[in-house]
Write a protein that binds this ligand. Structure first.
Ligand SMILES: NC(=O)c1ccc[n+]([C@@H]2O[C@H](COP(=O)([O-])OP(=O)(O)OC[C@H]3O[C@@H](n4cnc5c(N)ncnc54)[C@H](OP(=O)(O)O)[C@@H]3O)[C@@H](O)[C@H]2O)c1
Length: 327
C-alpha cells in the first residue's frame, strides 16, 4: 500500500482507502459479519482511512467501524459526516446546536472521545456562504470533540468556495472516469491551499467494475434501483449521474484501455491515482474479495499517455454532455 498526505493534517493515508456507506444501508442486503470481514481485510492490506457517515444505516456503519477499531491495534483514521439527519435538510439546520448534537451521536457510535475528521454531508449550497457554520466547527475543534473538519460536496463550485475557509482540511468530491471536471480548476486550487481530496464514488456505484449488463437488477432497498433520477438524494450520487445505458456503452469502450492482467475495477482506481492532488480513493466494498481486488490497483504501473487519452476521449464523447456542466 502506498500512502499520501491528507492536506495539512500530518496524516499519511492509504491511497486506496475504504468507503463504508454500503455496509450501512441503501445498497441492498448486507451482512454485518461479512462487512466486518471486509473491514478487517482492508486493515490487513494496509488501509488506514475509512469514510463513513452518521446516516449510513443510522449508526450501523459507524458502530461496525468502532468494533473494528476495538479488534485492531493499528492506527485507523475515521472520517465521518454530519448534517443529513436534518429533516427538512435546510441550510438553517447547519447551526452550532445541531452540529454539536450530531457530533455527540457520532462520538457514541464510534466509541471515542474525539472524532478524527468530520465532514459537512453535502449541505445545501447556501451553507458555504455562512461563515458561522465553519465557526461552529472551529468551536468543536477547540472543545476537543473533533481533530479536523472538511466538507463533502456535490459540485466543483461548492468545493472552490469551501476551501476559502482556512479550517477546511479536506474536500470529498465525486471523481472517476465518468467525472473529470474536478481535475480542471479545483485540483490546482486545493493543492495550492494544501487541502486533501477524497475521491468518492470511484467506481461509479459499481458500473466501472465492468461487471454490470443491461440485465443487471438491484434490490428494492438499493439506491441504484430507486435514486437513478435523484428521487431521494442528489442524482449524481447514483452512477455518478450518468444514465445506466450510456454508462454501459462507455464501459464497453473503456475495456480496450485495461492493462494486461488487470481488471476494469483496477483501471478505474489506478486512473484516479494518476492525479497527485488526490489524497485517496474511497471505493465502497462489502466483501473481502472486493477489498482484495481494489487494493491491487495500487500495484499497477502508471497508465500510459495513450490510456489516459482514450479515457478522456470516451468522456468527451459519451459522458461530458450528461455531467460536465451539472456538477
Ligand atoms: N454524499 C457523500 O458524502 C457520499 C456519497 C456517496 C458516497 N460517499 C462515500 O464514498 C464511498 C464510495 O462511493 P460509493 O460506495 O457510492 O460508490 P463506489 O465506490 O463507486 O461503488 C461501490 C460499489 O461497487 C461495488 N464494488 C466495489 N468493489 C468492487 C469490486 N472489486 N468488484 C465488484 N464490485 C465492486 C460494490 O457494490 P455491489 O457489490 O453491490 O455491486 C460497492 O458497494 C462510499 O462508501 C461513501 O463512503 C459519500
Amino acid at each position: 500500500m502506498n500512502y499520501r498526505e491528507l492536506g495539512r493534517t500530518g496524516w499519511k493515508v492509504s491511497e486506496i482507502s475504504f468507503g463504508a456507506w454500503a455496509i450501512g444501508a441503501m445498497w441492498g442486503q448486507v451482512d454485518d459479519a461479512e462487512s466486518l470481514a471486509a473491514l478487517h481485510r482492508a486493515i490487513d492490506l494496509g488501509v488506514n482511512f475509512i469514510d463513513t457517515a452518521d446516516v449510513y444505516g443510522m449508526g450501523r456503519s459507524e458502530r461496525l467501524i468502532a468494533r473494528l477499531r476495538e479488534e485492531r491495534s493499528e492506527t485507523i483514521y475515521v472520517a465521518t459526516k454530519a448534517g443529513r439527519r436534518l429533516n427538512p435538510h435546510t441550510a438553517e439546520g447547519y447551526n452550532e446546536s445541531n452540529l454539536t448534537s450530531f457530533v455527540e451521536d457520532s462520538l457514541k457510535n464510534l466509541s471515542t472521545d474525539c472524532l478524527d475528521l468530520v465532514q459537512l454531508h453535502c449541505p445545501p449550497t447556501p451553507v458555504y456562504y455562512r461563515p458561522e457554520v465553519f465557526g461552529a466547527l472551529d468551536d468543536l475543534v477547540k472543545a476537543g470533540k473533533l481533530r479536523y473538519y472538511g466538507v463533502s460536496v456535490e459540485t466543483v463550485e461548492e468545493a472552490l468556495k469551501a476551501i476559502e475557509y482556512p479550517g477546511v482540511q479536506s474536500v470529498q468530491i465525486i471523481f472517476n472516469m465518468f467525472r473529470l471536471r474536478p481535475a480542471e480548476l479545483f485540483f490546482r486550487e486545493a493543492k495550492r491551499r494544501k487541502v486533501g481530496i477524497l475521491a468518492r464514488v470511484p467506481l461509479a456505484s459499481g458500473l466501472l467494475t465492468g461487471r454490470m449488463t443491461r440485465e443487471t437488477t438491484f434490490g428494492k432497498d438499493d439506491h441504484r434501483n430507486f435514486n437513478r433520477h435523484g428521487e431521494m438524494f442528489d442524482m449524481g450520487e447514483t452512477f455518478s449521474g450518468v444514465d445506466f445505458e450510456t454508462g454501459l456503452n462507455a464501459v464497453d469502450e473503456l475495456r480496450s484501455v485495461v492493462s494486461a492482467g488487470a481488471t476494469m475495477t483496477q483501471l478505474a482506481l489506478r486512473w484516479i491515482l494518476m492525479f497527485d492532488a488526490v489524497s485517496c480513493a474511497i471505493p465502497g466494498a462489502k466483501r473481502p474479495a472486493q477489498v482484495d481486488e481494489n487494493f491491487q490497483a495500487g500495484n499497477l504501473a502508471p497508465l500510459t499517455d495513450a490510456q489516459m487519452a482514450k479515457v478522456r476521449e470516451v468522456y468527451d464523447r459519451l459522458l461530458r454532455p450528461q455531467v460536465h456542466q451539472r456538477w
